[in-house]
Design a protein. Structure first.
Length: 382
């Protein structure tokens, strides 16, 4: 087995190791019965199950949508897509024992948005192929989040992503104002060199990657043509995303580690959501090559997921940055939260013969710290 084939096989195996417990339990309508809920506050049981569903599907959606139809991987993809549709049914059916909270507290806005993002990324597998009854329930669940006002920060994009998905679902009452406010406010919060503030202030953390830039790109991809104002933003927003991808690639050390900076470190390699999305979209900036990004992300995945304690005895993720480190989980972190790590797997939506999966290349820090030639970096203005 050559290296690039081995890397894709490793990504598939790791992705499925993470996804299987969640999807299987939901398809059997017993997630609440079997999923452990690790966290610092008891109230997270109100939110953790929707977190697991929305965040997991947001990461694996491109593979579900465009993965192979044949062979061993194709059979697994078909199985996973069927389970994912059952999972959406279980989480949005009011008669289900796994019916999830979309209407109480503020947190459901967040994870309804990740579920909406998954639907935008896999509209055929996760929307068009749903039974009409499930579609009605899913629409009602997303609309239930409208009773809460999002916080004045990256949360504006959660409301916008939900409305963009409702538009894709054909809902005539989708709210363009929530989209417009989120897009234009983030223009005000742009601080330069491919980075936005998280609200009026700059935060030194990974939220530009966890949420901000991927949702900006996906919202504009979905509804950008609905307004001249929005379509006029698209080019510069994508260019900013490419700059962030370049910065993220350089942050990966020769050993596949990255700085433990800022909050929500328990999302592990979900920190590379933006880099993974830019690779999926085939929009990596020069001098990055798809192969070097694959090699860098593979090193990160291996360094993180193979650390003892990452999974409990039942195969569920544990709180930690590298292994089991419950002390680094903020009060809003619980077991379901951790499944945002799945967004690193977005490039699995690229076919096996894509340049991303072909060839070997050292990433920037590996070149730099081995004494090899590497490209000069410079700020991007725009």
């Amino acid at each position: 087995m050559d290296q690039q084939t081995s890397d894709r096989a490793y990504w598939i195996a790791t992705m499925w190791k993470i996804a299987d417990p969640v999807l299987t339990a939901l398809a059997e309508r017993r997630l609440k019965a079997v999923m452990p809920v690790e966290g610092k506050t008891d109230d997270r049981r109100n939110y953790t199950y929707l977190e697991a569903l929305g965040r997991l599907l947001a990461g694996i959606a491109p593979w579900l949508e465009t993965g192979p139809a044949d062979g061993e991987e194709g059979r697994l993809r078909e199985k996973a897509a069927a389970l994912a549709r059952e999972a959406i049914d279980a989480g949005t059916d009011p008669a289900s024992p796994d019916y999830m909270n979309f209407g109480e507290g503020y947190q459901p806005i967040v994870d309804a948005a990740f579920l909406a993002q998954a639907i935008l990324r896999a509209p055929t597998e996760l929307w068009d192929r749903l039974h009409e009854r499930v579609r009605r329930n899913a629409v009602a669940a997303l609309k239930a989040t409208r009773t809460r006002k999002p916080h004045f920060n990256n949360w504006l994009l959660f409301a916008a992503t939900i409305e963009a998905a409702l538009c894709r679902m054909g809902e005539p009452d989708w709210d363009p104002m929530r989209v417009d406010f989120a897009l234009k406010q983030h223009e005000q919060w742009y601080v330069g060199d491919g980075t936005y503030g998280d609200g009026p202030e700059y935060h030194a953390d990974y939220y530009n990657s966890f949420v901000i830039q991927p949702m900006l790109v996906d919202v504009l991809e979905a509804v950008g043509d609905r307004s001249a104002d929005w379509s006029g933003m698209a080019d510069r927003i994508r260019k900013r995303a490419r700059r962030l991808a370049a910065i993220q690639e350089r942050s990966i050390s020769p050993e596949g580690t990255f700085p433990p900076i800022g909050r929500s470190l328990a999302y592990r390699f979900g920190a590379f959501h933006a880099l993974a999305q830019t690779a999926l979209r085939r929009e990596l900036p020069e001098p990055l090559t798809p192969a070097q990004v694959r090699c860098a992300l593979t090193a990160v995945i291996r360094r993180s997921v193979e650390q003892p304690g990452t999974f409990d005895a039942g195969g569920w993720l544990t709180i930690g940055f590298c292994g089991h480190q419950p002390e680094i989980g903020e009060s809003y972190i619980s077991t379901g939260s951790l499944y945002l790590c799945s967004v690193v797997f977005l490039p699995l939506g690229l076919p096996e013969d894509d340049p991303f999966w072909r060839g070997e290349a050292e990433w920037t820090s590996r070149k730099a710290w081995s004494g090899a030639a590497f490209a000069i970096d410079r700020a991007w203005k725009g």
